[in-house]
Design a protein around this ligand. Structure first.
Ligand SMILES: O=C(O)/C=C/C(=O)CC(=O)CC(=O)O
Ligand SMILES: [Ca+2]
Ligand SMILES: [Mg+2]
Length: 442
């Protein structure tokens, strides 16, 4: 990963005042990317960078001609309806653009006069999935999640024997990855009710969430050419919040022996903003020490940098708002909080493992970290864990209870990095609402 540089200096302030507010997600040290346009307009979709409560319109910046060299080339690659061309340019270009944007947005910058007209308020914008996602793969990197959910699905053998050797994953579905704010219908599918002789086809009765981070691949690898773990971080453009919505009654009936299928491919929601790997550099931390008795990672999954700086200190939370709470004017309430640093496998290990057989990752591919449950039950990031298979519902302000999601429930994921001596780096939010199932007889 990139070293710390001038763009990380916590003393930097922007001429966009809201970027300097206490608790602002989009500080001048962050500079995350999205694809946006004005809400309800027929404008072209184009790249934008968040600064405070504004979006710096990268197509408008390119039209001013104020950038030069590698930064100008990278800027041009971010002016279209998907960020794949920027992602494909690689870390040198991303870094050049970040440095130029940081300098242009700093207090006192001579660029202020020309860029003032390139801002669009976030409150007036709509977003789309920021890349053409060719493939989406979801991992399983929290040993706490794997153990908790394993107890529900496989009480005799909760943690599979391969877990501590292989970063387990399944191939997800790219076509149904949607951006925050997309409301989807409760899925219908086959479920085998306990004690039944034959499955039923019905609207899922166990709609669940999974709080994850999404990892966007920047530069890929040629088919047949693995990515070495030491090189893996440089292939990652950045991170989003990700909700892997899951139908827990469809899943146990369908998943053996080939893994999750229709229980998870009806919608996967990501946040609009991609926080770059470079922005997260101040928040690299050591990967958790492996408990005594656990195998050490095989050489292709091991690198000194991975052990010492392979994890990321990202604070994460899940919030829920029921229709009744919404009607009563009550805000969404937090039901879980965790940190990405607890993951058993790092994102570099995910990339190295995904390509060890020569499988080619491509610019814009999306990897999910897997559900990021932490060591204690209040850090569990799926309802099936939090409610122990639905047996211990969570109680919400106002007294309502939830074992799984009901129609109209909204789920909001949030994430941020913060510590003394470094600027806050926020992810914004990832939101989705479950609508009633289609009214169709099956
Ligand atoms: O243990 C299982 O059979 C299934 C686990 C999941 O549903 C989780 C999955 O999607 C991977 C993850 O998010 O960690
Ligand atoms: Ca998942
Ligand atoms: Mg999904």
């Amino acid at each position: 990963m990139t070293e710390l540089n001038e763009t990380h200096d916590p003393a930097l302030r922007s001429w966009v005042p809201s970027a300097n507010d206490d608790g602002a997600d989009f500080t001048i040290q962050n500079l995350p990317f999205s694809v946006f346009r004005r809400q309800g307009s027929a404008e072209a979709w184009r790249g934008g960078v968040a600064i405070g409560d504004q979006i710096l319109d990268l197509a408008a910046v390119a039209a001013t001609g104020i950038m030069e060299g590698a930064a100008a080339q990278a800027l041009q690659a971010a002016t279209g309806a998907a960020l794949n061309p920027l992602m494909a340019l690689g870390p040198g270009a991303w870094s050049a653009l970040r440095q130029a944007l940081s300098r242009a947005l700093r207090k006192g910058s001579a660029a202020q006069a020309r860029l003032g007209t390139c801002l669009v308020p976030q409150s007036a914008a709509e977003y789309r999935v920021p890349a053409r996602i060719g493939d989406y793969t979801d991992f399983y990197t929290s040993v706490y999640h794997a153990t908790n959910i394993g107890r529900q699905f496989r009480p005799d053998n909760p943690l599979p024997a391969n877990y501590k050797w292989i970063p387990i994953g399944y191939h997800g579905r790219a076509s149904s990855v949607v951006v925050s704010g997309y409301d989807f219908r409760r899925p219908v599918g086959q479920a085998m009710p306990p004690g039944a002789q034959a499955p039923v086809v019905r609207a899922s009765q166990r709609m669940d969430i999974e709080l994850e981070l999404g990892v966007f691949i920047g530069t890929g690898n040629a088919l047949g050419e693995p990515i070495a773990i030491a090189d893996a971080p440089a292939h990652v453009f950045g991170f989003t919040l990700l909700n892997d919505w899951s139908a827990r009654d469809i899943q146990p009936w369908e998943y053996q022996p080939l893994g999750p299928f229709l229980s998870k491919n009806f919608a996967t929601t990501i946040s609009p903003w991609i926080v770059t790997t470079e922005a997260l550099a101040p928040y690299r931390v050591a990967a958790p020490a492996r408990p005594a008795g656990d195998p050490q990672p095989l050489p292709y999954l091991d690198a000194p940098g991975n052990r010492e700086q392979g994890a990321l200190d990202v604070q994460l939370e899940v919030l829920l708002q029921t229709p009744r709470m919404r009607e009563a004017g009550m805000p969404a309430t937090r039901i879980s909080a965790t940190n990405y640093r607890h993951a058993y496998w790092t994102f570099a290990q995910m990339v190295a493992h995904h390509t060890v057989n020569g499988c080619n990752l491509q610019s814009g591919d999306l990897l999910g970290t897997g559900t990021l449950s932490g060591p204690t039950l209040d850090q569990a990031c799926a309802l099936i864990e939090l409610t122990v298979g639905g047996k211990q519902p969570v109680t919400l302000p106002g007294g309502e209870q939830r074992a799984f999601l009901e129609d109209g429930d909204a789920v909001i994921l949030r994430g941020w990095c913060a510590k003394p001596g470094a600027a806050r780096i926020g992810f914004g939010e990832c939101r989705g609402t479950v609508l009633p199932a289609r009214d169709v007889a099956y």
